[in-house]
Design a protein around this ligand. Structure first.
Ligand SMILES: Nc1ncnc2c1ncn2[C@@H]1O[C@H](COP(=O)(O)OP(=O)(O)OP(=O)(O)O)[C@@H](O)[C@H]1O
Length: 291
């Protein structure tokens, strides 16, 4: 499902002395079936932006087309899109509240009036997608580990089968293994269902590994929309000025290149691809592989 924003402005506390304009003239199209990262300094408006995509916030100017639903500044018509655009907030485990995992995951579909049997089967499917088996159904969400809680919270969003999934800082607080396994699950969901994922993140390694497109925010405006490789090569200075460091894999290849007479070409910023390029380079330079 495509999302198009035209001349979108947003101010908190509009029309009051506390008015705070946070989004300024956003014009963007978010294509279907992509993994899109949203980055920028803290306070640049990323969370405010993504909350516009599922109707949680409405623009104070301009329009947002989510598929065939238009969101505009009109206090009489405020479409909610929670079933089409699923949102996983920062630290989603804080939003678990039912006494069992199954009840928590079933909460959204129940509110939408889905039949009980359908809710049950979809909830089990969602649990499977996030790697929680049926033994978790009757467990209290409050007794799970941090990573398991996060998976349960994500299942509560996936159960609605959204066309777009928004993850606001999905891996904060998880260890390296937890981060990777969560992101691999999200990648499987994206590939399996052919749906869009929008990730708000400060983690440039995560961005390099998973994003196909990047939107860079600066002071409530879209500074850039590009792909990760172009971001970290052509726009290197711009993003460093925003305090964003390139991914470790790219820094590694640059350090090596400073010492090599024939630099390794930077044609990817994914860690594994760069490792393979480096390995290839050394095999070629040792004469063990034809170039
Ligand atoms: N409910 C609110 N009322 C008033 N101002 C708000 C509200 N929520 C956020 N803001 C302000 O809007 C601006 C953008 O905040 P937002 O959370 O969208 O930024 P962000 O880029 O997501 O930041 P971070 O990376 O720290 O999560 C900030 O100046 C913030 O103080």
């Amino acid at each position: 499902m495509e999302i198009t924003l035209r001349n979108v402005f947003f101010a908190y506390n509009e029309g009051t002395p506390l008015q705070n304009e946070v989004l300024r003239d956003i014009n963007l199209t978010l294509e279907s079936n992509k993994i899109i990262a949203v980055v920028g300094r803290t306070g640049s408006g990323k969370s405010t932006f993504v909350q516009h995509l599922n109707g949680l916030l409405h623009p104070t100017g301009g329009s947002i087309d989510v598929g065939d639903i238009r969101i505009v500044h009109d206090s009489r018509r405020k479409p909610l899109l929670f079933d089409k655009v699923g949102m996983v907030f920062q630290m989603p485990e804080h939003q678990l509240f039912e006494d069992t995992v199954l009840k928590d995951i079933s909460f959204g579909p129940k509110n939408l009036g889905w039949p009980a049997e359908l809710i049950h089967s979809k909830a089990l499917q969602a649990m499977q997608m996030v790697g929680l088996d049926e033994t978790y159904c009757d467990r209290s969400p409050f007794e799970l580990s941090g990573g398991e809680k996060r998976r349960a919270a994500i299942a509560g969003v996936l159960v609605m089968e959204p066309s777009v999934l928004i993850l606001d800082e999905p891996t904060v607080g998880l260890d390296a293994t937890g981060k990777q396994s969560l992101m691999e699950l999200m990648l499987d969901w994206h590939r399996d269902k052919q749906r869009t994922i929008i990730i708000v993140t400060h983690d440039m390694n995560l961005l390099a590994e998973y994003a196909e497109e990047v939107i860079v925010f600066e002071s409530g405006k879209v500074k850039l929309k590009t792909d990760p490789l172009t971001l970290f090569t052509t726009h290197r200075r711009d993003i460093e000025a925003l305090g964003l460091k390139p991914p470790i894999a790219l820094e590694l290849v640059e350090k090596l290149n400073a010492r090599l007479s024939t630099p390794i070409p930077v044609n990817s910023i994914r860690q594994q691809a760069i490792q393979a390029q480096i390995a290839d380079y050394f095999l070629i330079s040792c004469g063990k592989r034809g170039s």
